[in-house]
Every structure is written in C-alpha cells, then in structure tokens.
Design a protein around this ligand. Structure first.
Ligand code: GAL
Length: 829
C-alpha cells in the first residue's frame, strides 16, 4: 500500500459493514471526507442514471456499453415499487422489471451500481413510484411517521435488499452495488409534514442501516441526514454544496443533463458547454462523485409516466438519446471531460483543494501533494478572460473550466466543444405502414355500458374510484326536463382531461390540470343523459402530500337554465363506470370478433378503437411511429403499450431559442425548442416487441383522428460534423505533461461513423481557414485553403473513422496570421 492509501484508509469512516461477510472477490466500501473508499482506495467516480423499465432488456447491454465507453463508472437507478408490486404481495421482476438482470449486465460491462431504493422516487413516474394500493391501507399517511406506511416501506426496502443479497449483488459480496439511497429529496418538502418529518427521517435512516447491506447509504437533498447516511446534492450545479459532516464526501446524485418534457410544453435542452462547466466546477471544488440524471432517459411505456401531463418520451436531452443512440456532441465532449478528470485522479484524491481568486469571476484551484499536482482554472463570468497562473498565461473562455492535470498544461476546456466531438444532425424519415390488413375499428360507446357500473350519491374523486386501474372514469346522470330549457352546464374538475357528452353527442373537450368548463347544452323535453368522461394523464409524482392531490370531477356540476336559474347537480345520484368497455374486453390485444373492416373507416370521431396489421420496417436501428393525424389516446403493438400519444397537444408559441447562450446560470426554462409545435409526435416502438410480419397495432383514440395518416419513422444519420481550431488542445487521450510532445501532436479533427457497419461515404464540406456557420450550413470564410476537400477526402472516404491534424503542415498556409480552424461535414453509409 502506498503511504497515501494507508492514510486514507486510516481516516476512513467505516459504515455498516459489520454483518456483511466479505467474500474473496468482495470489495469493502466505506467513505471519508474526500471520497468513497473502495477496498481502501479513494475513488473519483463518474455516474450516470439509466432507469431499467424505461428501455427494454435487449437494449440494456448496448446502453451500458455506451455508458462505459463514455467514461461512466457507476450506473444509478431508482427501484420502481409500482412496477415490482402492482398488487400487494404479488411481485414482478420480469421483462423490463428484471432488476437483477439489469444489475448483472452492469457488472458484466465493468460498471458499479448505485441502487436508489427510495421507495418513493419521484422520477416523473406515476404516483412517484408508489403503488396505488398503498393509498387504500386504513390509517395510512405516506412519507411520514405513520406506522402502516413505515411497515410497508420497510417491507419493500427489505424485500429489495434481500433479493440483492440473495443474488450476491452488493460489493461486500463481490457484486457491483457500491451505494444505496433511502427516501428521495424529502428535505425539499419536510417542513410541510411538521415535527413528524424528523422522526420519520431518523427512522428511515435506522431502518436502512439495519438492513446491513455492507455499503454506504445516501439521502439526497436531506441536510439533516443522520450519521452514517451521507447527504448528497441534486441540482443543475452543486459546486457550492457541503455535506453535513466533515467525515462525509461531497457527492452529487442528480446533475440534470437536460429536463423532462410535458405534453403541452416545449422541448428542454441543456447545452453541453454548461453541463461540462457544472461538472468541472464540482470536481474543482472538492467533489468526487457525480451522477448525470439522466445518462439515458428512455421512454415512459404504458401508463408509467407521472404527472400530470409528463410526456411518453423521457429523452431528457441525455448523452444517450431516447433510442439509445449517442447524442453528439454531448456524449463525446463529456467523454473527453471524464478523461481529463481521470488524469487528475491521483492529485484529487491525495489532498484537499486549495482555491484562490485570480480576479473577478476567475478562480484557480490546486490539488498538490508530493509529486502530484492538478489544477482547475474557472471563469464563472460571461466574458472571456486571460489570466496568469503559476507564471504562465491562460486564455479562459467565459463560463468555462480549464483542466490542467499537471498544474501547467491544459488538457481540456469545458467550453471548447469541438475537441474530438462530432455533431450528428439527426433526421427522421417517414415510411408508410404496410401489412396484410388495412384498418378496422370498433366504436367505444358513450356513457355507461359495463355491468360493473355503480351508482353513488355525490361526485367522487377519480383516483379513489378507479384505483388508477384505468385513465378513464365515466360520470353519468339522467335528468328530466319538462321543456328542454337547459342552456349550459358548468363542470369543475380536478383534471386532467374532460370530455362532455349530452344525449350521446360530444359537446366539449378540455385539458387543463384543473378543468373548469362551461358547456352549452341543448336538452330535450323528457329524459336527458349527461355523460362526462374524465381522464387522468399520469398521477402526480412530486410535492408535499402529492398522493392526496386527487383528480376527476369533484364538482360542483351546475345546470344553468334559460330563465336564469341554476340547478346544482353535484349531490345527485351519479352512475360511475371505471374504464372503457373496450378495456374490459381486452381490445388492446387486437383479439376480438367485433372489429369492423369496411371501406367507411370513421375518422375525426371521438372514442374509436382502431386496429391494423403491419410488417416491421427493415434495418435494426431505432423505430418510432409518427402520430401526426391522430388526436389523443394510447397505442399497443402486439399487446404491449408503447404509451400515451397526444400529438395535438401543442407547445406555447413563444419562449424558445434555437441557439441558447450557455453562458450564465441554467434553469429548466432557459433553453427550449419546438415552440408552437406538438410536444411529441414520435413514439418509440421497441424492436424486440416485433416480429418481421403480421404484427398488430391497436389505437384507442379519444378526441378524433385519422389513423391512415400515421407512419413509421426511422432516425437517419444526417451528417457527421466536426470543427477544430488551431488553438484547441491536443486530443485529451494524447495529453502529455511533456510540453514538446504535446505541441508535436497538436489539435486533431476526428470523425467516426456512429454505426459499426458504416463507412464515411462522402465529404459534403471541408474548409481549412475561417469557415463560418454550423453543422449543415458551413460556408467558406475569407480565408480558405483550396486543397482542403481533396486532402480530407483522401484521409477519410471508405474508412470507418479518420483523424486529420489541424495545422499548416497538413493544408499549407492559406492566409498568414489569422487564427484558422478546420470544419468538415461528412456522411456515413
Ligand atoms: C428531482 C427528483 C427526480 C426527478 C427530477 C426531475 O427532484 O429527485 O426523481 O423527478 O427532480 O427530473
């Protein structure tokens, strides 16, 4: 053992390792004030969140490998209680919920795991991950010091810990799990729970520790996390965070790589310059564990999305996109960042940071111990600066961190994105759906048609009535009118969507979380039926008492008469039907004798089930359905729900920027795109759910749409672009503290086709000089070397990847002292 390690091990604060027998392969995980300590060695760890049910098991190996290749060491995932125990005491660990398999695959890819059991998880997951049956346990109050709740929380947490132990998945047993989380951001809401919050969190800590996992526990956003639990930070920036004890390391469990999308919202994105800056600052100021939330976001299949109104896509602008493809230049730039940080690892772990100011908004941090030295130079202002550090001069772009693994030579700057990173301009091609049979349909009847409908006086809360077995609840009432005098009905609903039908015809449609609708109605003399279809779109997942928020038509419902008087219908005897008739009949599977196939396919009509068969489009790349033409509903392929679709829910027309300035603090609303367009038109269809021919697609359409308009969409690699200037550092993997070697290697532009069996087939653009514009629209500046295209063609065409030195020695000197760069746009086939 080196001296440094002995010191580190001696300072170690060993956590709850007592009961776990360490096997020969096993790792002892503990921590001290600097870092997690694995087998006596402090570690700098890069982590990335991947939630296993948001992709399919056949995608997992590739996602994990791409994480590993991107420089990730740890996979962080929540455990999704509602998926594992949909009915009390009936467990599901199959398919997308095969947690054990997911963790074993992570280990196989050489990755550690941080298991965030929660079991409340938030996560934009339906009801924050709680199963609905929890809500109906007599006397229960969730997330507080309440015996029935604590009994269930303990039972599920212990169930997961036992499963992990049985499979030997904890590091203490030779497995990959080095860390676990209990609760989730309770500190953000605990004041609402009064004094019981404190006793609850102390109980949760004790309960977790008593499970003897042999690895440390964390609580995120929990300032008062009791020892030995480590309190960790979540946010867009965590460099200013300090843990609540000198014995605990500075850890960041959620660095939001983008943000989630809502139906009705614009698409959020987070520029990689800012994300890399946040990471750079965190490691500069003493952090040693950082996790991207999300590294792969994925898809909210079925009815798993939280809400209300969380979209089916959970892409999150993560380094791996919804389909698992590399998102460039994000993935590549972060990969280089991780390499640069790892070059500093010895220095980071040997000592504490020493930070000094180099002027306004400029900070230098040095980690120096014996012969090792690493430095970080940060410019936290919005204008570029030149500074002197240790006698040398450095240019620091605005809002950036430069990493100097030897305290002298810059290996990486967070704002210089083009270093070995490429931009792929993705495009989707539409492909008509073909198959043996065309569309057939079944009308979903308006109002009460199921045998299990029931009558109750007064208006009932929707979640209490449906137990979330369906998005749909019918509220129906018959009223007699002597003269057909009614003129308007006013409905107050907690949401999320309301459709009104009077005497069988649709009269209105509304989709605000809280619906307050005044619907003009025409009554007939005699009996009239008012049918209200209330629809949930993902149950609340965040906030104090989110579980009690409720949904549906809780009233009042008032009928206004022409003569000016009003009748409150709220306390009448309403008839309720949970779910649709077609749901009861299992139409989503496509099996039924009732499908009608005639040429008069109904379109733009509410409440219709549609079905057709289809052949799977060729290729092995990602596949989506473009739902343009449809309204709102849910879709199933071969009986599996690909999620809710809602292409008619349009983002606000303003608030977007195409090129968001990364300089300055980021927030969830700072960088938005897609304004005035549907929030989501493309919906992921996992290939593993398909056969080559004879697949069944079923849609339930709520508002009205034309299914003949929908099409498959396959993402195509548009172009591969890179731009590297003469002033860029050498590629980080060529970094050397030997300045001469560094200068000799110099900046390099590298291109690499994203798919294994592709080669670079053409160079669409190449200029060495002062090229202008961005990927897809590059054009020559005043300075341009005529031979660029032929040199780049020669170096790249026919190869899977190529590298070109960015210097006069490659292209000749086109124009003297001007600062030059090389820009290339290529295609792969
Ligand atoms: C955090 C929460 C995560 C997720 C995130 C937003 O507050 O811990 O579960 O909801 O916000 O995506």
């Amino acid at each position: 053992m080196k001296r440094r390690e002995i010191l580190a091990a001696a300072a170690c604060f060993v956590v709850a390792v007592a009961a776990a027998a360490t096997t020969a392969l096993g790792a002892n995980v503990s921590y001290d004030h600097r870092a997690l300590v694995i087998d006596g060695k402090r570690r700098v760890l890069i982590s990335g969140s991947i939630h296993y049910p948001r992709s399919t098991p056949d995608m997992w190996p590739d996602l994990l490998q791409k994480s590993k290749d991107g420089g990730v060491d740890v996979i962080e995932t929540y455990v999704f209680w509602s998926g594992h125990e949909p009915v009390q005491n009936q467990y599901n660990f199959e398919g997308r919920y095969d947690l054990v398999q997911f963790i074993k695959l992570a280990a196989k890819a050489g990755l550690y795991v941080h298991l965030r059991i929660g079991p409340y998880v938030c996560a934009e997951w339906n009801y924050g991950g709680f199963p609905l049956w929890l809500h109906f346990i007599p006397g229960i109050q969730l997330r507080t010091d309440n015996e029935p709740y604590k009994a269930e929380m303990k039972r599920f947490t212990a169930k997961i810990v036992d499963l992990m132990k049985k499979e030997k998945l904890y590091a203490s047993q030779g497995g990959p799990i080095i860390l676990s989380q209990i609760e989730n951001e309770y500190g953000n809401v605990d004041s609402a729970y009064g004094p019981a919050a404190k006793t609850y969190i102390n109980w949760a800590a004790k309960m977790a520790v008593s499970l003897n996992t042999g690895v440390p526990w964390v609580m995120c956003q929990q300032k008062d996390a009791p020892d030995p639990i480590i309190n960790t930070c979540n946010g867009f920036y965590c460099d200013q965070f300090t843990p609540n004890s000198n014995n605990k390391p500075k850890m960041w469990t959620e660095n939001w790589s983008g943000w989630f999308l809502s139906f009705g919202g614009a698409v959020p994105y987070r520029p990689v310059e800012d994300l890399a800056f946040a990471v750079g600052r965190f490691f500069q100021l003493g952090g040693t564990f950082q996790n991207y939330y999300m590294y792969h976001g994925g898809t909210n299949f079925g009815r798993t999305s939280g809400g209300p109104f969380i979209s089916t896509s959970y892409d999150y602008d993560a380094p791996l996109d919804e389909y698992g493809q590399l998102r460039q230049p994000k993935w590549g730039h972060l990969k280089d960042l991780h390499k640069a940080i790892k070059l500093c690892e010895d220095a980071l772990l040997a000592t504490d940071p020493a930070t000094t100011s180099l002027g306004s908004n400029v900070e230098a941090t040095t980690y120096k111990s014996g012969s090792v030295c690493a430095a970080f130079l940060a410019n936290t202002g919005t204008s570029d600066k030149t500074v002197t550090f240790s006698g040398n001069s450095y240019k620091l772009p605005a809002w950036s961190v430069s990493i100097l693994p030897d305290c002298k030579t810059v290996a990486f700057n967070t704002a210089k994105v083009w270093i070995n990173a490429v931009t792929v301009v993705p495009s989707f091609t539409r492909e008509a759906i073909d198959g043996d049979s065309d569309w057939s349909w079944i009308d979903e009847p308006v109002g009460i048609t199921k045998d299990d409908a029931f009558t109750k006086p007064g208006l009932q809360d929707q979640i209490n009535t449906t137990s979330d077995q369906s998005d749909y609840l019918w509220y129906s009432l018959s009223i007699n009118s002597e003269d057909g005098a009614g003129s308007q009905i006013d409905v107050e609903s907690l949401g999320h969507v309301l459709h009104t039908f009077v005497n069988g015809s649709a009269t209105g449609n509304s989709n605000n979380a809280k619906v307050s609708e005044d619907v003009p109605v025409t009554l007939v003399a005699g009996k009239n039926t008012i049918d209200l279809l209330s629809v949930t779109v993902g149950l609340q997942n965040y906030g104090a008492f989110f579980d009690l928020k409720g949904a549906g038509i809780t009233g009042p419902v008032v009928l206004k008469l022409k003569n000016g008087s009003a009748i409150d219908l709220s306390s009448q005897k309403w008839t309720y039907q949970v779910g649709l008739k077609g749901e009861g009949l299992g139409l989503s599977s496509g099996d039924s004798a009732q499908w009608v196939s005639q040429s008069s396919l109904p379109t733009m009509k509410p409440l219709v089930w549609y079905k057709r068969s289809f052949n799977t489009p060729g290729g092995d790349g990602p596949l989506a359905i473009d739902f343009t033409g449809m309204g709102k509903g849910e879709a199933w392929v071969n009986g599996q729900s690909i999620g809710r679709y809602w292409p008619t829910n349009i983002a606000p027309s303003s608030g977007c920027t195409d090129s968001c300035d990364y300089r300055g603090s980021y927030g969830a609303n700072k960088c938005l795109k897609n304004c005035g367009k549907p929030s989501q038109t493309l919906y992921h269809v996992p290939r593993s759910w398909l056969k080559s021919t004879g697949n069944t697609l079923v849609l339930f359409e709520e508002n009205g749409g034309d299914p003949t308009k929908i099409a498959f969409a396959t993402p195509q690699v548009g172009s591969l672009c890179a731009q590297v200037s003469e002033t860029h550092p050498s590629p980080v993997h060529k970094w050397s503290s030997d300045l001469r070697a560094q200068t000799k290697s110099g900046p390099v532009l590298s291109l690499s086709c994203p798919h294994p069996n592709q080669v670079i087939s053409s160079i669409k653009y190449a200029s060495y000089g002062t090229p202008q514009g961005t990927c897809g629209s590059f054009n020559n500046g005043q300075c341009h070397s005529q031979n660029t295209l032929s040199i780049v063609q020669k170096a790249c065409i026919g190869s899977k990847n190529c590298s070109i030195k960015v210097s006069n020695s490659t292209f000749g000197e086109p124009c003297g002292l001007v600062r030059k760069s090389l820009a290339v746009e290529a295609s792969c086939t």
